[in-house]
Design a protein around this ligand. Structure first.
Ligand code: ADE
Length: 409
């Protein structure tokens, strides 16, 4: 059975053969910072991964993408991947069987040792077979060598006729066992290195946990991600449950709205994750200055303020003079002020969390100018339309730690 190839992504034909031959796009074997596998019924969706900074990182071999057509693992003439939901209701649900086979083939290749054995059982063709063989070769070997050593040692040690005569086979057996153990450890280390990191399965879903910059940072260090793009009403729940027995699985939402399928969500996540990999961004500090910057940077918990470039004056609008001053401390302070203002205006939920976190006097003044005062600890969901935000009563006591941000009129 052939897999449709994706223009621009250089996918070959065959179900898992190009996986064995190496990831689809320009990979320096062994040096890939992140391997990403995407399973979808619309492989064409991902042609744009070949462009921009991520496309360059792929060409350098820092990132390896492989895109798989789920229908390759559907075996009826129509390559059906969905069915009606048990219990009734609208829409269709993605069938578990194609997903199970796809994950066996793709995620089983570099999974943990236990996973490979399991994959070998249910898997098909070259890759899965190879995974199964690795597990099988090691375990019976271990049992056999240890068994022999144990028998000889025991026999020699307990012999009553000639203690010295028994000592030699015992020593030889112990040495053989040790050598066999060393060989197995070396083999296991080599197999683990060749296998790569255990993949993490990401299932985009509006019902998932919300994707954040912190999650992007974490996933950038994962080594191997598998994205499973659902369509229709979603994927049969047993797929994620079964997969969680072999690898970490997360259902992830990119926001509180419903897309037609997981593909756009995967593009969003892939972009956010990959730009954090070393060497992907031109300026090494760009990511640290981002909105939501992690760590202790000046943008921690804030969205970024406005930015300007040449010309200094454009259509009667001037660049803020401080940015031309050369005074780096003043520029840093101005940027933080602007970030605070914009966060308070556009993201009161984020600003509300800030107030508790060691703001200085100036920070507090800036925030109060745009409507924040006091401590807010329970307005994390104030992201709805402005008219629906509760306004603070004028006579609220100072002891009341709750406050509602005033929004621009
Ligand atoms: N699939 C449909 N809607 C989605 C969302 N908001 N996030 C992730 N995946 C989705």
């Amino acid at each position: 059975m052939s897999r449709r190839s994706t223009p621009g992504l250089g996918l070959g034909r065959g179900r898992v053969a190009d996986l064995e031959a190496g990831p689809a796009l320009g990979t320096k074997e062994g040096l890939v910072a992140l391997r990403i596998d995407i399973i979808t019924i619309f492989p064409e969706y991902f042609t744009m991964l070949g462009v921009s900074l991520i496309g360059k990182a792929v060409q350098r071999g820092d990132i390896a993408f492989s895109v798989y057509d789920l229908r390759s693992w559907a075996h009826d003439p129509h390559r059906t991947v969905d069915d009606t939901p048990f219990g009734g209701g609208p829409g269709m649900v993605m069938k578990p069987e194609p997903w199970g086979e796809a994950l066996d083939a793709i995620a089983g290749v570099r999974g943990a040792a236990g996973v490979q054995g399991e994959t070998g059982v249910s898997g098909a063709a070259g890759v899965q077979g190879a995974a199964g063989v690795r597990g099988a070769a090691r375990v019976p070997g271990e049992a056999r060598v240890r068994g022999e050593a144990g028998v000889q040692g025991t026999a020699g040690g307990e012999g009553e006729v000639d203690r010295d005569a028994g000592a030699e086979p015992e020593r030889l057996a112990a040495e053989a066992a040790e050598a066999a153990e060393d060989a197995m450890a070396a083999e296991a280390a080599m197999a683990a290195e060749a296998a790569g990191p255990v993949p993490q399965l990401i299932v985009p879903s509006p019902a998932g946990v919300v994707f954040t910059q912190a999650m992007a940072t974490e996933l950038a260090g994962a080594g191997h991600l598998v994205f499973a793009c659902g369509r229709y009403e979603g994927i049969d729940a047993r797929v994620a449950e079964h997969a969680s027995g072999r690898m970490p699985v997360r259902e992830v939402s990119i926001g509180d709205y419903v897309l037609g399928g997981g593909e756009p969500a995967v593009l969003v996540m892939v972009e956010a994750i990959c730009r954090l990999l070393p060497g992907v961004l031109g300026n090494a500090e760009s990511a640290a200055d981002d909105s939501f910057g992690a760590g202790t940077g000046p943008m921690r918990g804030l969205v970024e303020g406005p930015v300007f470039t040449r010309p200094r004056s454009w259509r009667g609008l001037d660049v803020p003079p401080v940015l031309l001053s050369g005074d780096h401390a003043a520029i840093a302070r101005w940027r933080r002020d602007e970030a605070l203002r914009r966060t308070a205006r556009n993201r009161p939920d984020l600003a509300a969390r800030l107030v508790d976190e060691g703001l200085d006097e100036r920070d507090r003044r800036v925030l109060s100018e745009v409507g924040f005062a006091g401590t807010i600890d329970d307005v994390a969901n104030l992201t709805g339309p402005p008219q629906r935000v509760r306004r603070r009563a004028r006579d609220d006591s100072k002891d009341d730690k709750r406050c509602t941000p005033r929004l621009p009129r």
